[in-house]
Design a protein around this ligand. Structure first.
Ligand code: ZN
Length: 406
């Protein structure tokens, strides 16, 4: 936590500026983003070297400090009877412009060390008559202005690659979304793991995190409550626990759009391991999660919240931030449902990361009370990556205990 504070103080002007700009950009979401009413939107993804594929929805910045080598975009809620697709083309360093791709096809080369240098995105058919598509790219930490309807974003052949993309769709005749180049200058990595939903920025958000699973019975109880409330959470799983009957709840969590994080292979105290051993424990767990769920894991929760400079070096090289917490329920110790519930309800505030364990029945019972109650109190239950994406992003090798709004 000390480290987070020091880091925050150093970066305060940057963080403040970024938060201000993000708030400004989000204020316009209602008019341009896909609304709950089922308005058409665009989801787009990039594959980043080391980090894997990340997807976000309409009008959300997607960037990283590593380079992207593949891209895809797809529409959702396309109005019935309106013809057309979304098409796009990328320029890959040393290869030039690749063939046109459309509707969620991936273009680029995920296994290559060639980076994307520029992108063109457009609509065709009736869609092109009704909507404009806006594209901005990030180069050297700066976002470009908006380029519309297939105009090239980025500059190829000058030894520069893009580090991110940002796309919005707006009905023709409505004003253009706020100029991306002016709205954002995100220098920090802001790579969400998995999908980032559209969230109401006027309402508070918190990230419930469940450690030590997967666990038969208990994990499913937590998932049932999340499904009933429409919330999401993050499950930091132990690699060696992903076996036998415990595979099922993990597959279910992933298929429900929950975030899966890495809690080491055997719940080791990472500080007591060599760098090679830390890397082995985390890599093995990431590979197991990938094998079972198909998901690339970005987040790491060090067991016992224990880490040091050496651990952080390994995390940084793996592209992972360390996620701590701001509310520790101590549920594993008390094994008391009411105490766990009370600890959360009497302390909870916007931006919290809450630590619970889905390996104990009293904790799962507490989650079944907390999830509907927190939802009733107006908290949006989000994954850690969603919370981070709306609050300034995360950086590999750094630690985060909460994501506050300023
Ligand atoms: Zn643990």
């Amino acid at each position: 936590m000390k480290e987070t504070l020091r880091h925050f103080r150093k970066l305060f002007p940057v963080v403040f500026a970024v938060i201000f700009m993000i708030s400004a950009a989000m204020a316009q979401e209602k008019s341009y983003g896909a609304s709950a009413s089922g308005e058409m939107g665009v989801a787009y993804s990039m594959h980043f070297a080391q980090l894997g594929t990340k997807e976000v929805e309409d009008n959300t910045a997607l960037s990283s400090t590593t380079f992207p080598n593949a891209f895809s975009a797809r529409l959702y809620n396309q109005p019935k009877g309106v013809s057309g697709t979304i098409q796009y083309q990328v320029n890959l360093s040393r290869s030039g412009w690749l063939p046109v791709a459309e509707n969620g096809q991936t273009t680029g080369n995920r296994s290559s060390s060639q980076a994307l240098e520029s992108v063109k995105v457009w609509l065709n058919g009736d869609l092109a008559k009704r909507y404009d598509v806006y594209t901005s790219v990030q180069v050297d930490g700066k976002w470009s202005k908006w380029y519309t309807n297939g105009t090239k974003a980025g500059k190829e052949g000058v030894g520069k690659h893009i580090t991110g993309v940002w796309i919005a769709i707006a009905k023709k005749g409505t004003p253009a979304p706020k100029d991306a180049g002016k709205a954002f200058t995100l220098g920090e990595a802001s790579v969400p793991s998995g999908k980032v939903r559209k969230l109401d920025t006027s309402k508070p958000m918190i990230a419930l995190t469940f450690d030590d699973g997967p666990s038969t019975g208990n994990t499913d109880k937590v998932l049932d409550a999340l499904v009933a409330s429409g919330g999401k959470a993050t499950f930091f799983v132990v690699g060696q626990s992903i076996s036998g009957e415990r595979v099922k709840p993990l597959v279910r969590a992933a298929s429900l759009g929950m975030e899966i994080g890495n809690h080491s292979w055997a719940h080791e105290n990472l500080v007591k391991l060599s760098q090679a051993q830390v890397r082995e424990s985390l890599t093995k767990t990431n590979a197991k999660i990938k094998e079972i769920t198909g998901l690339d894991t970005v987040l790491v929760r060090p067991p016992y919240g224990s880490f040091n400079a050496s651990t952080k070096e390994v995390l940084k090289s793996m592209g992972s931030p360390a996620i701590l917490w701001s509310i520790d329920t101590l549920d594993w110790k008390t094994k008391n449902t009411q105490k766990t519930v009370d600890t959360v309800l009497s302390n909870v505030k916007d931006g919290d990361i809450i630590l619970i364990h889905d390996t104990h029945a009293p904790s799962a019972a507490a989650a079944q009370i907390l999830i509907p109650e927190l939802t009733k109190r107006g908290y949006q239950l989000v994954t850690v990556s969603e919370l981070a994406a709306y609050r300034g992003g995360m950086e590999a090798g750094k630690t985060y205990g909460s994501f506050r709004k300023k």
